[in-house]
Structure formats: structure tokens, C-alpha cells
Design a protein around this ligand. Structure first.
Ligand code: C5P
Length: 218
């Protein structure tokens, strides 16, 4: 039984969606369940890593007792926690489906129905991956995800370079019964040199493939 190179490494993982408040009772969110990120956290913990899991609003149990879980709601909160913990991290896996836009102003009172229409102006959120890509020091590794609906490979390769990632995990909404909410996923690992296609499998098995790839470069 060879020792895992994950042993005692500090691994930072983001998972789940973010919710961006519109008013005290409403938000902009997405369908991310957090299952992929939680499976990654479990796999890293099983291999002896110190895992910090920054989780958006999900209804999942922490999958391993050795995981330090930080629950957040908005991109702003996820950004603060992630940037703070990246300083001590050997690697970060950014699996969260972070909102790209948020309401410009959070309305303090619940918005009433008596209106003909309602316009909510949005502004961009922090790009956590891009920020960590800028902060990345020699020896640190950064892994991102890309969920695409079209021109998948071109978009993934663009993100890999633009966000200064070491590799990116591409999943497509075109593969039925994968991605959001599903227990299964079908991925392609994209590095600067190559593309590795994997078959459709359970997210826990997908996590094994992803962590194997990370072990090779950490
Ligand atoms: O640009 P896009 O959102 O498709 O990039 C996906 C990758 O960037 C994922 O790894 C995701 O976790 C990360 N991301 C982020 N902060 C954002 C948006 C995306 O960390 N605001």
C-alpha cells in the first residue's frame, strides 16, 4: 500500500451553489447540489489530506470527520473564506457553481406584488477562481470546473489559461443524467497538454479520477 501524496496536504475545496439576496426572502441561485464537491472532499480526506470545505447552501452531511467545513451563502462570503484559506493550501479544487451576477442592491423590505413589472439590476460578483489564480505561488495547484452547454472544449481551454488553473474538469449539460442534482457525472480532464475523457460514473468514482490527476502534480 503506497502512501498517498495527499497525506497531510492542505486541500481547499469549494462546493455547491451561492445564493445572492434580492430581498429578505428571495434570492438568485442555481441547481448545484454540492454532491461533486462533497465527494471530492471525502476522497481527499480518505487519502489523509487536511480538507477545508467551503460549502454554499446545500443539504448534505459532512462526509468525513476530518473535514473542516465552512458554510457560506453568497459569493462574497465564499470569496472571503476561500481567499483566506488559500494562503495555507497546497491545492484548491473549485467545484462551486458561483453566481456570476448579484442584485446591485439588496432591497431591505420584501418586494410587493402591486407592480406591473419589476426590474432587478445585476452586477458581477468576484471571480474566486481568477483571484486564486493571481495569488497562486510556486508549488500551489489550482483545479477548476467548467460546466458548459456549447463549444465546451474551447471554453474550458480558455478558462484554464485565463484563470491560471493547472487543470480543468469539463462537464456538459448535454450528457443526460449527469451534473446538477444527479449522482452521476461524465467528465473530461483538460490540461495544457492533453484531454482525458472518462465514462459516466458515480460522483464518488469521478472524485477518485480527479484526485488521482491532482496527486500526479501535487
Ligand atoms: O467562468 P466560469 O464560472 O464558467 O468558471 C468556472 C470555474 O470558476 C469553476 O471552477 C468555478 O468554481 C469557478 N468560479 C469561481 N468564482 C466565480 C465563478 C466561477 O470560483 N465567481
Amino acid at each position: 500500500n503506497t502512501q498517498s501524496s495527499m497525506q497531510n496536504k492542505n486541500i481547499l475545496i469549494t462546493a455547491g451553489p451561492t445564493f445572492e439576496k434580492i430581498d429578505p426572502v428571495r434570492f438568485i441561485g442555481n441547481y448545484s447540489s454540492g454532491k461533486m464537491g462533497f465527494a471530492l472532499a471525502r476522497e481527499c480526506a480518505l487519502r489523509g489530506a487536511n480538507v477545508t470545505l467551503v460549502a454554499g447552501p446545500v443539504s448534505l452531511e459532512t462526509p468525513h470527520s476530518a473535514i473542516n467545513r465552512i458554510d457560506v451563502e453568497s459569493c462574497e462570503e465564499m470569496y472571503e473564506a476561500t481567499v483566506e484559506h488559500f494562503k495555507q493550501a497546497n491545492a484548491a479544487i473549485l467545484c462551486a457553481a458561483v453566481a456570476d451576477f448579484k442584485p446591485e442592491n439588496m432591497v431591505q423590505e420584501k418586494i410587493k406584488r402591486e407592480k406591473d413589472d419589476l426590474v432587478i439590476r445585476l452586477k458581477p460578483t468576484h471571480d474566486i477562481a481568477a483571484q486564486l489564480g493571481k495569488m497562486k505561488k510556486e508549488g500551489q495547484r489550482l483545479v477548476g470546473f467548467a460546466l458548459e452547454t456549447n463549444n465546451e472544449m474551447a471554453h474550458a481551454q480558455d478558462k484554464l489559461v485565463r484563470k491560471n488553473l493547472d487543470f480543468i474538469v469539463l462537464n456538459s449539460l448535454r450528457n443526460e443524467g449527469t451534473c446538477f442534482k444527479s449522482d452521476q457525472n461524465k467528465i473530461c480532464i483538460v490540461t495544457r497538454e492533453e484531454q482525458k475523457e472518462f465514462g459516466k460514473k458515480n460522483k464518488q468514482e469521478v472524485a477518485i479520477d480527479i484526485v488521482n490527476e491532482l496527486e500526479e502534480i501535487i
